[in-house]
Write a protein that binds this ligand. Sequence first.
Ligand SMILES: NC(=O)c1ccc[n+]([C@@H]2O[C@H](COP(=O)([O-])OP(=O)(O)OC[C@H]3O[C@@H](n4cnc5c(N)ncnc54)[C@H](OP(=O)(O)O)[C@@H]3O)[C@@H](O)[C@H]2O)c1
Length: 242
Amino acid sequence: MSPEPRRHALVTGATGGLGRAIASALGAAGWQLSLCHRGPGARAEALGVSFPEATLYEAELSTPEGIAGLTGALGDVPFDALIHCAGAMPRSPLFESTPAERLAAYCVHCDAFVSLAQRLAPAMVARGWGRLVALGHNTVSRLSAPPGIAAYYAAKAAQLAWARAFARQLGGQGVTVNVVAPGLIASGGMAEEAFAAMASRSPPGSVGRSEDVAAAVLFLLSNEAGHIHGVEWPISGAWGLS
Ligand SMILES: NC(=O)c1ccc[n+]([C@@H]2O[C@H](COP(=O)([O-])OP(=O)(O)OC[C@H]3O[C@@H](n4cnc5c(N)ncnc54)[C@H](OP(=O)(O)O)[C@@H]3O)[C@@H](O)[C@H]2O)c1
């Protein structure tokens, strides 16, 4: 019997805390990796050192042009999974939010995922197996946004709607689409003290680790998770539940 071909995943936001942890977990599980980073610099160089066998793609995903550049650069490479981790959380007072800021948030959190799904899913359907996972946010489905980060919440809510639309369309064709929704994960993007203050309001009284999120993603990418479609899976230690 010939060995199963090595599965190939594309991870965006791979220089971030969660993207790196997910890439590490996938690499340890034997996945071939393609990793997307925002631009040149120390973080991208460190990515190449940590994942010497991975193919690296550079893309600024906050504009339609940047997204199109990435989907074009992928060529005919057959991917088995997409994990979309790219995205920042810019803050600005509600009445100072600009169209450019709102478009950028929508592009990186939602439209990059949509465009990559459109680009990669048809080949997954043709092979009868595929996994699309977006990183959401665990309190977004309350549909109530903190005023200072409304653009971020709106973009994540749109991402969830699109993920569920893809899940409905692709269900039954071997391709699952789900959202992993972290909350209070010490992934390196926020000061430890700020997390500690938030953790005191969290039922378990502690924050999560990037590896907690990576484990959920790894499960969704498994054969065993093939019947799970359109889920928004909170990984938040019960923080934010209402
Ligand atoms: N950690 C949490 O508790 C938490 C909670 C809820 C949701 N999330 C979501 O989980 C995802 C990953 O979070 P994280 O904690 O790993 O954040 P992070 O450490 O800040 O990493 C974010 C990643 O996205 C990349 N990125 C940001 N803006 C980009 C752009 N315009 N174009 C291309 N890449 C861009 C960053 O690149 P650079 O390295 O160049 O900056 C980095 O690789 C995000 O979508 C975030 O909203 C995280």
